[in-house]
Every structure is written in structure tokens, then in C-alpha cells.
Design a protein around this ligand. Sequence first.
Ligand code: 13P
Length: 234
Amino acid sequence: MKIIAGNWKMNGSRDALETMVQDLASVKSDNKVILCVPFTMLGAKSGRVAIGAQDVSAHTHGAYTGEVSAKMIADTGAKYVIVGHSECRQYHGDTNSVVRQKAELALANGLTPIICVGETMDEKQAGKTMAVIESGVRESVPADVNTDIIIAYEPRWAIGAGLTPTSAEIAEAHTLIAKTLSDMGLAGTPVLYGASVKGSNAAEIMSISNVDGVLVGGASLKSDDFIPIITSVK
Ligand code: 13P
């Protein structure tokens, strides 16, 4: 069983989500399907699809205009929340320590955090990919958790760019993440790959060892693109 998670980013509508949920209802697959949607779409009927948010406040409650707490997300019936996505790190300045705070609040409220790590192009070119990934995992993952978290490796330079690392690069990154998690007492934590996943490369990516599923951006918006990813692997 693989985990196929979609990240709609700032796209879609409640109608589009309803259509997607209907389209996915008849798909024959044992894979776990998650859709991480904008806050306004949380709480919609979602059938077999688990729903997640895309970010969460690092605060519990109070005078933080515009923010949404983990408790509020859980209150909608959502089960997951992405934390530390590349775009939140880039545009909102989320650091590993903020990401960790968000993940802790998610866990405290019964949500499974999908914690994203990955290197920028500058970091890749400077030969820092492995160091960035390892520190991302060590510093963003809360201590003393059970395995109720998911990690997503998203090479930041490849997101939305139609670029993907080579299979060897993905394997190297995922092996390091699995080893780091194991060192932290979190062996068995699922690790997803994300960045430019589509129907034509999903099966190959998910055949790489230590790749437990995918986190899909653009290709999760339309069922014609998303369903082939879900059905590409058993
Ligand atoms: P794309 O699949 O559009 O490259 O986006 C990946 C991503 O950021 C998923 O969180």
C-alpha cells in the first residue's frame, strides 16, 4: 500500500473538490488517498478520501488574525496537515524550528503532520543536499513522537518545474531520511516523494526503495491526471 497525497495549493473550489471526490469514489485501489486543500474547503464530504490542510498556525489560539489553529483544523474532520512546505518556507519564512512547533501542535490535536524537507537549487549546487535533508528531518520532527507522522522529501528546485531528480538521487535522499528517522527511533515512518510527479513517472518513483508514496501538486487538481497516479501502483 502506498500513500498518494495531493496538495491543491491555492487552487480549486468546493465544487471542484466535490467532483474530485465523486470521481475518486469508483477508483479501485488499496492505496491511501489524501487531499490537502485550502482552508475554505475543509469540512466537505470526502468519501474514501482523507482530507488535510496545507499549513497550520504555530500558536494555539488567540490574537493571531488570519491564522488557523490545529484544533480548528481537527474540528473540521481533517486528519492531516502539511507543515514546512517549500512555499511556506520560501514565502512565510518558516524555519525548521517553526515547522517543528507546527508539527507538535498538529500531533497534540490528533492530526498527522506531513513534514516537508528538501534542498533549494543553491543548496544543491553547493553540494549541501544531504546535509539540508538530514538537518531538516532532525530539526523539524518533534521529539518523543510515535510514528504517527509522515515525511515528504520535496527537492525545492524541482517543484512545479517539470523537473525531477534522477532515480539514484531520489534513492540516496530517501535512504538518508529512513536512516535518520531510524536513528531518531522512528523507523517505519512513511516517506513520500514530491515534485513534478505525474502519471508517467509515478510508478517508477514509487518503485524506488524507501519511497512510500508521493505528494502531488499540479497533477492532483484534475481527476484525469490524479487517478493514473493512484492506480499506477498496487
Ligand atoms: P508539483 O507536483 O506541482 O511539482 O508540486 C509538488 C508539491 O509542491 C507538492 O506539495
